[in-house]
Design a protein around this ligand. Sequence first.
Ligand code: PFF
Length: 454
Amino acid sequence: NNKGAGGQMGRDQFRSRLGFIFAAAGSAIGLGNIWRFPYMTGASGGGAFVLMYLAIVLVVGVSLLLVEFSIGRHGKANAVDSYAKINKSFAWIGYLGVFTSFLLISYYSVVGGWTIFYTFKSATGSLASVPADQMGNFFGGFISKPLMPLFYHFLFIALTVWIVANGISGGIEKYTKALMPLLFVMLLILLVRAITLPGAMKGVAWYLKPDFSKLTGSTVVAACGQVFFSLSLGLSGMVTYASYLSKDENLISNSFIVAMADTLIAIIAGFVIFPTIFAFGGEPSGGPGLVFISLPQIFTKMPLGSVFAFIFFLLLVIAALTSSISIMEVCITFFTEKVKWSRLKASLFYGAVCFLLGVPVSLSFGMWGDVKILGKGIFDLFDYFCSNISLPLSGLACAILVGWFWGKDKALAEVTNNGTIQSSVAGLWFFTVKYIIPIVLGIIFLQAIGILNV
Ligand code: PFF
């Protein structure tokens, strides 16, 4: 066990630089890149959304990653205490993170369950027997059933709880080192197949050509929410991971590497999905089922399609698990350090609550499909609250905490390891955090809660 996030007693540290990068990248890279990014892009009109997304990653995302890393490493404690260590009146960001962690994992694991189902179905060959034009019905038939998806949701939660309760995230990390690059290679193989499908170029054009008439206030809110979701920001997950980080790590380069790797995977996922959708005559605006319909369609057009499908979905399950354990770790560090529960008790409690919360989410794809709260279905409501309200609000508060309360000297001392790292971007980072992020996020947040309406 080389990693603190998995330790039972005291506070361990990541032993190696790569250990932390892989854990942080493992948290960032997950369903958000391969499932959520394409369907958000599809629902928001393509190229213009992608441009907006990239702009927000550059201006807000990378900087906030560095903000979370520095708060966590400085605090060396659970999120609540890490914020409080800088300023007591900001501890609420940690509590909000704990609360949001429950909601976020409840639907994350419903979708994680879908990926397990697809892994099984590819292993048994039954996915391969579905004709390409029936993939939509196959998916719809599955998610609208009451019990089957719940069974897989349970499996996904159980796996997450099992990994975290046993404190074996350190072990997982070892495998992730090999598996993440493999996921990347698989994506590249799919990319080649997707863009050589007949009719694929229409999809590439749709994806790349920004149609600025599609750029509305709600598109910007969605792009911002996607950045937070994908980079694991605003939940204190990165604060928690960085709290196990040693003092001589280079936080600045770590935040660049994690943000770039995460963004690259998302962009490539788009290059796989959209050409496929256009090649098979589907609709980019198809919603949360998008990748579960178009990915299997690609496999039907590949030699050894079932084998590729199995490997791909298995890797996706693993990528999802390395994210879900980070979502869960926010709560576990909180319950073990603040409430003094054992790791096992905290994990079981967390798993039980999240399973129950996921039940209405899963049913909202079937028999509870008509239930609307505040005009939204249950899944959409959970997701909107987490991605577009809670995460950006925490991000905004973190930026204010660092920019206005921690202050330049202390913040820069933390990110440059007391001046031992020479960095030309540290000053720019602080300026961005103090002035630009509060303004940008402030405006987007007002739009998200409906006060502004552009
Ligand atoms: N970033 C993960 C993904 O893209 O799948 C999801 C996530 C993990 C969100 C951790 C938030 C978080 F704190």
